[in-house]
Design a protein around this ligand. Structure first.
Ligand code: SF4
Length: 493
């Protein structure tokens, strides 16, 4: 669908299109009213201490909605409320015109939990904070309950002590590329790049350990992710984990996201185990071979079961398994069958993602679309109830653009197995020092009002050539010089 949108504030266009996407999937911008299926006109009027904003729709849908807000003297706050006013105006007009009620209401940000925590920082209880977020953004009761459960659980966990941080080490290679993938990951190919990459990465890991020492920081959690870390030959994986050993020794939680079952071998698991890592991921995504073929996973469900059983036999006591709701060709019964099989394996954690087909993915280019919204909603609800029935609790969540059915990704864990790294990273609880191509380090101010980012270059060849520059940028973070100052994500909703 093509949409022509005019607003007196040009800076909010992309956020307003995010709201349109909640109702119509992926919409395109029209350059002129005559080219558009839907025309959106936003007008504003400034009164003495208030601003009235009117949103009019015409074309495929018709509606007029006005709302008024009190103006704020704080410039940052004023901008945030201004953007929110326009987004909510458009949201209510679209809801009135289409009759659609997106489950997360008008929220388009990545971290709804942050909004609740921000409200709690103002002195509200979890319940009050969730109710406020639900009322302002029109969340469904189900999503409000989910928020309540997750934030309630997170606030009961041990918080990071001053000086404790999260560390990430990235291996941005996979054997082959899954067709829904929009992550930073390249095929390992003939493997020629891997030794040089590992050398550069180790150089950055050693530099980061020195930086942490100089700044009195220790690792609370270490996460080796990707990509697929186990795509590295065992000797290279050993080199990386040996370099990271001082971090592992400090951390309460160590994860190696082994990842795709076709890359997991007895040798790679032994290397991980010898490094003292207990938490790994074995990610099936689906346990239907026909689906795995459609999404080019290049492994079978039998390989997933074998990898899981091997890891258990070798003594891994904290295994996470990833599953995706809304995969092409899957209905609720197929999703339920995969989930039931995973529950029978009884991993300590299960992460249920909702498929999000980004424009950069092969699936999008092939014109393959995710399952229907209502079906995806059913799958996600089913994951919530079935995991609860089997003793799991939802402990973290995040959202992405273009998620099937406007749903979310949720991490479930048995009591005592919530992943601290996932929570700290998502909620900006701690500083994150990240190593590897495309990894993003974050400096978080003690009150979490300010977050400075230092992203490493994404391209592996550039990373090899510029790894010292990445280290210098990380050092600069501690002098308050990040790559732009960014307000916490939740404030953008
Ligand atoms: S395993 Fe993960 S990172 Fe690698 S291609 Fe597949 S989806 Fe992308």
């Amino acid at each position: 669908m093509k949409v022509y949108l005019t607003s007196p504030v040009t800076g909010f266009q992309s956020e307003l299109f995010d709201v349109l996407n909640l109702f119509f999937g992926s919409v395109d911008k029209a350059d002129a009213p005559d080219d558009a299926d839907l025309r959106v006109y936003i007008k504003e009027e400034l009164l003495r201490s208030e601003r009235e904003c009117t949103v009019s729709l015409n074309g495929l849908y018709q509606a007029d909605v006005s709302n008024t807000v009190t103006l704020s003297r704080d410039l940052l706050e004023a901008k945030r409320l201004h953007k929110r006013q326009q987004k909510l105006g458009l949201f209510h007009a679209l809801m009135q015109a289409t009759g659609i009620r997106p489950p997360w209401g008008a929220l388009t940000g990545v971290r709804p939990t942050r909004l609740v925590m921000d409200a709690m920082a103002g002195g509200q209880s979890v319940k009050e904070a969730v109710r406020q977020v639900q009322n302002v953004f029109c969340l469904s009761d189900e999503k409000a309950r989910l928020l309540l459960e997750i934030v309630g659980l997170q606030t009961g966990l041990p918080q990071a002590k001053p000086g404790e941080i999260a560390c990430y080490i990235g291996i941005p290679f996979c054997r082959t590329r899954c067709s829904y993938c929009s992550f930073l990951s390249r095929e390992a190919g003939d493997g020629r790049l891997l030794p040089d990459y590992v050398n550069a990465l180790i150089h950055e890991v050693e530099g980061t350990i020195r930086l942490m020492k100089d700044n009195g920081l220790t690792a609370r959690s270490v996460y080796v992710g990707g990509g697929t870390p186990t795509v590295l030959p065992e000797d290279l994986l050993h080199k990386v984990l040996t370099a990271a050993q001082p971090l592992f020794d400090q951390a309460q939680e160590r994860t190696v996201e082994a990842g795709r079952p076709d890359s997991i071998t007895k040798g790679s698991l032994q290397v991980i185990k010898d490094a003292g890592v207990q938490r790994i991921s074995v990610n099936p995504q689906s346990l239907h071979d026909s689906t795995l073929e459609t999404i080019s996973r290049q492994h079978t469900s039998a390989q997933t079961l074998e990898a899981f059983s091997l890891a258990r036999r070798m003594g891994f006591s904290h295994i996470n398994m990833d599953l995706i709701a809304g995969l092409p060709g899957e209905d609720v019964d197929m999703f339920t069958a995969s989930l039931s099989q995973i529950l029978k394996l009884a991993p300590e954690a299960i992460t249920v993602h909702t498929l999000s087909i980004k424009r950069s993915s092969a699936l999008y280019r092939k014109g393959v679309r995710q399952a229907e919204d209502a079906q995806v909603g059913e799958m996600v609800q089913l994951a919530l109830s079935e995991t609860a029935r089997n003793g799991y609790q939802p402990y973290y969540l995040y959202r992405q653009k273009h998620m099937a059915g406007n749903q979310e990704n949720v991490g479930y864990a048995k009591p005592g197995y919530a992943c601290l790294y996932n929570i700290d990273m998502m909620e900006d609880h701690t500083i994150v020092l990240a190593m590897g191509a495309g990894a993003v380090s974050k400096w978080v101010s003690p009150g979490r009002e300010r977050v400075l980012r230092s992203p490493n270059v994404k391209d592996v060849h550039h990373y090899l050539a510029r790894v010292d520059e990445m280290m210098d940028a990380k050092k600069a973070l501690f002098k308050g010089i990040g790559k732009g100052v960014k307000a916490p994500e939740s404030q953008e909703d």
